[in-house]
Design a protein around this ligand. Structure first.
Ligand SMILES: Nc1ncnc2c1ncn2[C@@H]1O[C@H](COP(=O)(O)OP(=O)(O)O)[C@@H](O)[C@H]1O
Ligand SMILES: [Mg+2]
Length: 264
């Protein structure tokens, strides 16, 4: 359903600072795939997600989402089909707006906007229902500005917003990395629940190998702008952290990458 063919992206092209961030990446994603993505710092993971979301134009290659060739679509148009959650909890919600205003905004994704973000009482009921699933008590705080919430609360809200209108694809870029372990665990549980209950197709970057193994049905590893490992199904279920470490260390042997780069 998602077909990514031979995409390349270099930053500062032609300059001495040129970085080849993606060097010919191919990935066929099936409907309902939940793919975890690992790789050392600077391997190209975020660039890959950003290329799909249209944050910049790619140098070559094609991106097909269902039957739409979105390769040349602007980011805002792709945003109608793609939900995103970033590492920084401050990015996903608008601090100056209330919880219900944020949710109302998310509800308009991909739809023609009406006048303003008026919140109707029937919307309010549905917001309360969705928020109560989070078990954070936010359903009783609809008129509170999100700027007053904790990072974990904001990230939970962002997860709801990113999936409020069912996205064709959900992109998660280290979306628990900035949270304490307990809160991060809560967001991960929520992620698994939302992806499963809505049968979403999702790509999740994580630097945590246990998470990468335990979540999703497929795991890919990036290294120097390429996919160097792609493990699915039964093989993924049997995967151990040591297997991934071994692969990392093989790559290190090949290219002299430092330990610090590998493990963060
Ligand atoms: N906007 C940018 N301008 C210049 N270089 C960039 C930009 N974004 C990413 N890079 C570089 O591209 C490479 C891949 O980065 P990134 O995709 O962020 O890696 P990862 O998410 O795997 O840590 C890195 O060398 C990074 O410094
Ligand atoms: Mg990154």
């Amino acid at each position: 359903m998602i077909s990514i063919t031979d995409i390349t992206k270099a930053f500062n092209r032609g300059d001495i600072n040129e970085v080849k961030a993606l060097t010919g990446v191919n990935l066929q994603v099936n409907d309902g795939d939940f793919i975890t993505i690992i790789g050392s710092n600077g391997a190209g993971k975020s660039t890959f997600l950003n290329a799909i979301a249209g944050s910049f134009s790619i140098d070559s290659g094609r991106i097909i989402l269902n039957d739409d060739d979105i390769t040349r679509w602007p980011e805002y148009k792709r945003a109608a089909l793609i939900g995103r959650v970033f590492q920084d909890p401050l990015l996903g919600t608008c601090a100056g707006a209330t919880i219900e205003q944020n949710l109302a905004m998310a509800n308009t994704r991909g739809k023609r906007r009406g006048l303003g973000f008026g919140v109707k009482s029937k919307d309010r009921d549905s917001f309360r229902k969705k928020l109560s699933v989070l078990k954070l008590g936010l359903e009783d705080r609809l008129k509170v500005h999100t700027g007053l919430l904790s990072g974990g609360q904001r990230q939970a809200l962002t997860m709801l917003m990113a999936t409020m209108v069912r996205p064709r694809l959900l992109l998660l870029d280290e979306h628990t990395a900035a949270l304490d372990p307990k809160t991060g665990g809560m967001i991960l549980d929520l992620t698994a629940e939302i992806v499963e209950s809505q049968n979403l197709t999702a790509l999740m970057v994580t630097h945590n190998m246990n998470q990468a193994i335990s979540m999703g049905n497929r795991l890919i590893m990036f290294h120097r702008g390429e996919i160097v490992l792609d493990i699915k199904g039964e093989k993924k279920k049997n995967l151990k952290v040591e297997d991934l470490l071994r692969r990392f260390s093989e790559l290190r042997g090949e290219e002299g990458v430092s330990d610090r780069m590998l493990l963060c």
